[in-house]
Design a protein around this ligand. Structure first.
Ligand code: BGC
Length: 741
């Protein structure tokens, strides 16, 4: 068992008819109760009015019922059965039929609905590729479509609250949850997660942006204190949350396990009350992470609105008796309790939980697979392509496919976000078999997909267990494609950047046997590639998702152009990072310790590399294409009081492709250039288009802690059009007046 998480063993199956009956009853309850309730419901009811009216009719006991969820799975370790009415997932809050308040069925769903197997044995769900793949598409429409896919699948499976919207910034390539998040840049991550949240909520399923805040490593996550100054925090991790929340309007925000500047995130008045609810005017509710609550009155007064699965995960059920007593004693005001309840109800109205209860029904699995496929096709990153080895020629004679269980499927990440695939795990039996496992492969085999596109070519497979045999196979093939995998999961971090097992030796041996070697990475995040100079091509396919095999083959054969660009910096080695040693790593996962994010402060990722003149292996924003793009000189102008950059992009190659215009800004006196806007454009050969990019004012500003405002200082700002953070046009300058935002 890693960390303090405990997961229920898969429980005894219950029959589909019971499942359907349960859902049917839920629907009936909602309808019947709504009819009996004098509370206003229906599309014309404003969320505030609806919530207020309901609150006025609630008893104190009913209020307490809404401010905590139960673990939705049976929990034998604590002697807890699955709550009546719960579908069998991360959380459950019973409804209040007399008032027409539906139950809240909470499921993890960062990449796909995570719990269906508990609900209906043999069921599964569609998994998107890693969040990093979505981010690497630099296309908010891709993120929106992915969110809508998950939201629809959840709604059809009976869930109305998703613990989806992973927003922690990548400050370390070793973080075991990088695959759930959207990279290192606040603007890119905030934009993409915001779009995914909108996609989910447009399906009438409430989304949860998490983990607020600075839960940027898993090592010692339950004890670690993230130390960072206010300005740096506001301009980095908090800015990412601010943008995602502004754009996505999630119903809920989940506070994290760690401490921030000395206070637990779930009782951190600065984070919850001041920043989130006051400064950002967030009207929704704060739910805790599972096991992240440490007090009743302090947490409630700091802004926590709903305690999650307390019986199973917290030391006490703080929002039960202890909070009741605190309210009775006046330590927590009745007004605060009412506010907690009203926020929950408000979000339920705002997202449509009252009027659009989940409807069991058919899921368009082909359409959902297409979304997963398109996400990877738009988000895989071609890192290397010597002598145009890729795309593979259609008249290829022979291909050796090697390693990574490519004959069976593609790697997925572990922990609470893990999706049980339709059709089951393609490679069962790998360790760990229990939480945060089982180690899972999505059953979309690259081998079959390559065979399908390889025409008459001879396609052979070697598992890679026997390095010499794999090298021999490669030696006799025209091209070798080696798949390498790195499993990562919630609750632990990678010890270093090395690929596990014999995989480096395998790639090395294959590359020595065949100079036409392509490496496909299925990894959580950057890994070291000691063999890089010896291989012809490298494609980062992240965790590829439910249609991963097909998407990878399409990319290898050039059915689609690789248009992903790195949402992270790829370091050469750990000593380039702000913290070569992971804090807490030697002390054991439960030891109290702190992590100093003040080292890099707001200069996360590429900005740290710029500030310290380090050269990464691949810079943020980097990615190759099969075609070529010419960028015109950027034009920078003021538009409605905001700076805007226009760049003409022309496809000068021979194939269709998509390119990303990245606009970086250098604030006067700063050594770093921040991403302030971006736009992706699809172009046919010879076609050109002007890409117009609005620059986000907060990326031009600094957060002034004295006045608690963003301030753009008067001065001459350098604006660059980039193909990556390290490949920039000549600067254009724009004079900006002093301005408070
Ligand atoms: C994770 C959350 C997740 C929750 C419920 C926690 O361990 O940190 O991301 O939503 O469990 O499964």
């Amino acid at each position: 068992m890693k960390g303090i998480r405990w997961r229920a063993p898969r429980r005894a199956p219950f029959t589909p008819s019971r499942f359907l009956l349960g859902l049917f009853t839920l629907g009936l309850m909602a309808t019947a109760a709504a009819a009996a309730s004098p509370a206003p419901t229906g599309p014309s009811t404003s969320p505030d009015a609806g919530a207020h009216a309901l609150l006025g009719q609630m008893t104190q006991a009913e209020k307490f019922q809404l401010i905590r969820s139960a673990f939705g799975e049976p929990d034998p370790a604590h002697g807890l059965a699955k709550p009546a009415g719960a579908l069998g997932s991360a959380g459950y809050v019973a409804g209040i039929p007399r008032l027409g308040i539906p139950a809240q069925q909470l499921s993890d769903a960062g990449l796909g609905v995570a719990n269906p197997i508990n609900v209906r044995p043999g069921d599964g769900a569609t998994s998107l590729p890693a969040g990093l793949a979505t981010a690497a598409s630099w296309d908010p429409q891709v993120a929106y479509a992915g969110g809508a896919m998950i939201g629809n699948e959840a709604w059809r499976k009976g869930f109305n609250v998703l613990l989806a919207g992973g927003m922690d910034l990548q400050r370390d390539p070793r973080n075991g949850r990088n695959f759930e998040y959207a990279g290192e840049d606040p603007l890119l991550a905030g934009t993409m997660v915001g779009a995914a949240v909108r996609g989910i909520q447009d399906q009438h399923v409430l989304a949860t942006v998490k983990h607020f805040a600075l839960n940027d490593q898993e090592t010692a996550r339950n004890t670690i204190d993230a130390r960072i100054g206010e300005q740096a925090m506001r301009e980095s991790d908090l800015l990412a949350f601010e943008l995602a929340i502004e754009r996505g309007k999630p119903g809920s925000v989940m506070c994290s396990y760690n401490k921030v500047n000395g206070d637990w995130a779930c009782e951190n008045r600065f984070l919850l009350e001041q920043v989130l609810k006051h400064d950002w005017a967030f009207p929704g509710y704060v739910m805790s992470d599972w096991g992240a609550v440490h007090s009743a009155a302090k947490a409630a007064n700091a802004g926590l609105d709903q305690e999650s699965a307390a019986e199973a995960f917290d030391k006490e059920v703080y929002f039960g008796k202890p909070l009741e007593q605190a309210v009775a004693r006046g330590e927590v005001s009745q007004a605060r309790l009412d506010d907690m309840v009203e926020r929950i109800l408000r979000s339920m109205f705002a997202v449509g939980l009252m009027d659009h209860p989940p409807q069991p029904g058919p899921i368009d699995r082909q359409a959902h697979l297409a979304v997963a496929q398109h996400t990877l096709e738009a988000g895989a990153v071609l890192l290397r392509n010597q002598d145009a080895l890729l795309p593979l020629a259609s008249d290829l004679k022979s291909v050796a496919v090697i390693g990574g269980h490519a004959d069976k499927g593609v790697m997925a990440g572990g922990g609470s976000s893990m999706v049980t695939p339709y059709g089951g795990n393609a490679v069962p039996g790998l360790e760990p078999a229990t939480w945060p496992g089982p180690v899972t492969f999505d059953p979309s085999a690259p081998l079959a997909a390559i065979q399908a596109l390889a025409g008459g070519a001879k396609v052979d497979f070697a598992s890679g267990d026997d390095v010499a045999a794999a090298a021999a196979l490669a030696a006799h093939a025209q091209v070798a494609v080696v798949f390498v995998t790195q499993w990562a999961a919630e609750s632990f971090d990678a010890a270093d950047l090395r690929l596990p097992g014999n995989q480096d030796a395998l790639v090395d041996a294959v590359a020595r046997a065949n100079p036409h070697t392509v490496v496909v990475l299925e990894t959580n995040s950057p890994v070291a590639m000691p063999w890089l100079d010896r291989v012809g091509a490298v494609l980062q396919a992240w965790y590829p998702g439910s249609a991963g095999g097909v998407a990878i083959a399409n990319l290898l054969f050039g059915k689609v152009d690789p248009s992903g660009r790195l949402p992270i910096t790829w370091p050469r080695a750990l000593d380039q990072l702000p913290r070569p040693q992971l804090p807490g790593a030697t002390a054991g996962t439960s030891a109290a310790t702190s992590v100093d994010y003040g080292i890099e402060g707001a200069d996360v990722g590429y900005r740290w590399f710029q500030r310290t003149h380090r050269e990464p292996l691949f810079p943020f924003g980097f990615g190759l294409s099969y075609t070529r793009f010419a960028h015109g000189e950027p034009v920078v102008e003021m538009h409605d009081g905001r700076p805007r950059a226009r760049v003409t992009v022309r496809n000068t190659g021979k194939r269709d492709g998509a390119d990303v215009v990245q606009i970086y800004v250098q604030v006067p006196g700063s050594p770093v250039r921040r991403l302030a806007g971006f736009g992706k454009v699809v172009l046919a050969p010879g076609q050109s288009r002007e890409v117009s990019v609005e620059l986000e004012p907060r990326l031009l500003a600094g957060f002034d802690t004295a006045t608690q405002r963003w301030v753009i200082h008067a001065g001459r700002y350098a604006v660059y059009a980039g193909r990556s953070a390290a490949d920039l046009s000549a600067p254009r300058y724009v004079q900006l007046p002093q301005r408070r935002l």
